[in-house]
Design a protein around this ligand. Structure first.
Ligand code: MOS
Length: 763
């Protein structure tokens, strides 16, 4: 179904988009903002997880006697006394769980670091001490935690009903007619999110109902999972997550430790608070899986013509987690022929999950590196090769038009701001003292996902307003942008608008993931504001009222005053005062046409409503960008620095230029980490991670990225949603890895087809 919207009224544009500082910033820097673990819980007990050292086998015994003898100990929860839970489902099948495997339900050991016990004590130190005394005995067998190792399982194609392969055009003709062909295999490692706020669950049972404080991107889904697990109506479960200290996909679906903590609290009749330690964060939850990109690219007359791309991603033994990366990245250019497939390799790890731009980070590393290699081989400027292959005329896979398409403008504006015209097709040519400099570029893409969303808005005659919704702010600026939307629509001061998010008692919403929230929840907020506005107009225009007879479609709202087209005015406070009790209260809803109203009931039931993805039946939908980077490689040490990055990004309407820029630059910096620093190393003998802590899992520091600039390329998009806004959260990281690999090649002449690229590879 085609969708066209009249976007936010032009009169209000000065506020939408403005770089209003985060409304919670003062609370955050003064420590007043409460994160899940800051909620006071009277009489709480403290819990610690015990995890398996073996990757695979059977738990033959678990000796808990020494642990139980520690003074102050309350409970050791193992598979022996873990109560049975309800029939939980993964998020892929209508539930909210990250993984289908619940460790404490059996004696099966399926990956290193899986939960084997929970220890609960009066004090955290006691729990820690006792946890060390729990003795699991495991009959271990050989295991493989890596797909990039001899003996790894064979790739299995993703079932076609879950992801149809892509077949476009005549592949043989495209390759037969090519003047340049590049073929290769690109590899990316396992990586972990490492948000600074650790995973945590505090559970409190009262009168048979459960309240859980969980750092979460999805309180509605978490509530549904807990209700299923403990056989409660959703109305008896409340999940709270008002501030989140970083999530990046790791706090989306529900993780097993949350269920374990809630079970222990019920058994003990006391609140239980459980921290997952930094090293346990590497195993008890989710991560970015390793992947391989098999790619063949054909070029003819300076244009991209043929693409074969198979992505092989790592999954667990018990779930098929796959990254539909080629589903998005094949659509970047106007290829004559495309063939794309996805496959998975089962390994002995926990089920992988979503980590910032999960699908695009690995696929673009391969694709945008291959295109750079093809440009060099064909003797074409890499910028021109991309511009000559523009898909602006429509998505070459579906044949559908784009709702808006900013890639070419991003490439041009980024190139100009960066100074790409200085690029010369010669490696090792830009030497400054001991450093070899190089330039690289890569395109960025992230699909526009939108999902059903709801929001509640109340406006009082004192012009104070309250906006609530089970949406989330993990630092992206949600509180701030939704307040801007309400203030812009109603012409009331932002200071008078309270925003309360992260509470499952509020209007239900889907996961704040896939960069969908601003576009989806923001549209529900806009709908709420428009409903209030309509109600106010109705009150003001009624017989005998101040604006009686005025044109209802031409009422301007600004500074607490309503102005009709004939010049008459009314004070908004007085008009709201005409409503019963002087309050107007509404629920705003927004449902993408491609999802359908039916999904709204699913949103209320489970929070797992459908999403509209990159392609609907009317449009292709994506945000685009272009990354330009300069690297410097030390000629003697091989050290790699990134002195300068410029990205240009088009993602529909900018809702707040400050928070949008912060999302983008954060993503760009993470892109540096994703290709130069980060890898979760596997000890292949034991199928265990070696560097599960922030001391040895490397991330970029300030010295690595002195200059990062994000250019916001505003687009007018009338088909995405009433706000005209696409997502921005995941876009910034995409393609950065390839841009850097390409710049490393320009600097040194060394091509690396695996990440991370480190100093030892430069010598
Ligand atoms: Mo994002 S990886 O879907 O939080």
């Amino acid at each position: 179904m085609a969708e066209t919207y009249h976007v936010v009224r032009d009169v209000n544009l000065p506020l939408i988009g403005k770089g209003v500082p985060r409304m919670e910033s003062r609370a955050k820097v003064t420590g007043a903002a409460r994160y899940a673990a800051d909620e006071p819980l009277a009489g709480a007990l403290h819990a610690t997880l015990v995890t398996s050292a073996h990757a695979k086998g059977t738990l033959t015994a678990i000796d808990t006697r020494a642990a139980e003898a520690v003074p102050g100990m309350r409970l050791v929860l193992t598979h022996r006394n873990m109560p049975a839970l309800g029939d939980l489902a993964r998020y892929t099948t209508g539930g909210a769980m990250q993984s289908s495997f619940f460790p404490l339900a059996s004696t099966e050991i399926r990956y290193a670091g899986q939960i084997v016990a929970l220890v609960v004590a009066d004090a955290p130190e006691t729990a820690e001490e006792a946890a060390k005394l729990v003795r699991p005995r495991i009959d271990g067998v050989a295991a493989t935690a890596s797909m990039h190792v001899d003996g790894a399982a064979e790739p299995v194609p993703v079932p076609e009903d879950r992801l149809p392969p892509i077949r476009v055009g005549d592949m043989d003709a495209a390759f037969a007619g090519a003047d340049t062909i590049v073929e290769g295999e690109w590899r990316t490692p396992i990586q972990h999110h490492n948000p600074i706020e650790l995973w945590f669950t505090a559970a409190e049972w009262r009168d048979g109902g459960l309240t859980a404080h969980v750092p979460s991107q999805w309180v509605t889904g978490t509530r549904a999972a807990l209700a299923t697990a403990f056989d409660l109506p959703v109305s008896r479960v409340r999940v709270l997550s008002r501030h989140v200290g970083g999530a990046f996909g790791s706090k989306g679906a529900v993780l097993n430790h949350t269920l374990v903590a809630c079970a222990a609290a019920r058994m003990l009749g006391r609140p239980v608070a459980l921290y997952v330690s930094r090293s346990q964060m590497f195993t008890v939850g989710t991560m970015r899986p390793a992947a391989t990109q098999r790619i063949r690219v054909a070029v003819r007359d300076g244009r991209l013509t043929g693409l074969e791309h198979t992505q092989i991603g790592q999954t667990s033994r018990f779930d098929t987690f796959f990254l539909p990366g080629t589903e998005q990245t094949t659509r970047l250019y106007a290829w004559d022929a495309i063939r794309a497939d996805e496959a998975t390799v089962a390994t002995d790890v926990n089920t992988p999950g979503f980590m910032r731009a999960p699908a695009e980070v690995p696929t673009l590393f391969g694709l945008e590196s291959a295109i750079d290699e093809a440009a060099w081989a064909a003797g074409v400027n890499p910028l021109d090769l991309r511009l000559n292959s523009s898909a602006a005329g429509g998505d070459s896979v579906s044949g559908l038009p784009w709702t808006s398409h900013g890639l070419d403008e991003c490439l041009r504006r980024g190139a100009e701001a960066f100074g790409w015209s200085d690029w010369q097709p010669e490696t090792r040519a830009m030497r400054r003292g001991d450093w070899l400099h190089g330039y690289g570029l890569a395109s960025a893409v992230y699909p526009t996902y939108t999902a059903p969303a709801t929001a509640d808005l109340r406006l009082g005659s004192d012009l104070s307003a309250t906006l609530t919704g089970a949406a989330h702010d993990m630092g992206m600026g949600t509180y701030t942008i939704v307040r801007q939307i309400v203030a812009a629509e109603l012409g009331v001061p932002q200071d008078g608008i309270a925003v309360d998010l992260g509470d499952s008692d509020h209007a239900p919403n889907s996961v704040a993931g896939g960069a969908r929230q601003a576009a989806s929840f923001g549209s529900a907020v806009l709908d709420a504001a428009r409903r209030v506005r309509s109600r106010v107009i109705e009150l003001a225009l009624a017989e005998g009222r101040p604006l009686a007879g005025a044109d209802p479609t031409e009422i301007a709202f600004a500074d607490g005053v309503m102005t009709a087209s004939d010049g008459r005015t009314a004070r908004l406070s007085e008009v709201v005062g005409l409503a019963p009790f002087g309050v107007i209260e509404v629920r705003g809803t927004w449902v993408p046409a491609a999802v359908g109203m039916k999904s709204v009931m699913e949103l209320y039931r489970s929070g797992n409503a459908g999403i509209a993805g990159m392609v609907t039946d009317a449009y292709a939908r994506a945000a685009f960008g272009a990354n330009f980077v300069e690297v410097a490689v030390h000629t003697r040490t091989g050290e790699i620095r990134v002195p300068r990055m410029v990205g240009a990004f088009a993602f529909g309407r900018v809702l707040n230029e400050r928070t949008a820029r912060s999302q983008l630059t954060g993503g760009m910096i993470w892109g540096v980490g994703s290709v130069l620093h980060e890898a979760t190393e596997v000890d292949h003998r034991y199928a265990r991670y070696i560097n599960g802590d922030l001391g040895e899992y490397f991330v970029p520091v300030n010295a690595d990225v002195p200059s990062v600039e994000a250019i916001l390329v505003e687009e007018e998009d009338r088909h995405i949603n009433p706000l005209g806004a696409k997502g921005v959260g995941e876009l910034g990281i995409t393609g950065v890895n390839a841009a850097i690999a390409n710049a490393v090649h320009h600097a040194t002449g060394i091509r690396r087809r695996d990440a991370p690229i480190r100093m030892e590879h430069m010598l």
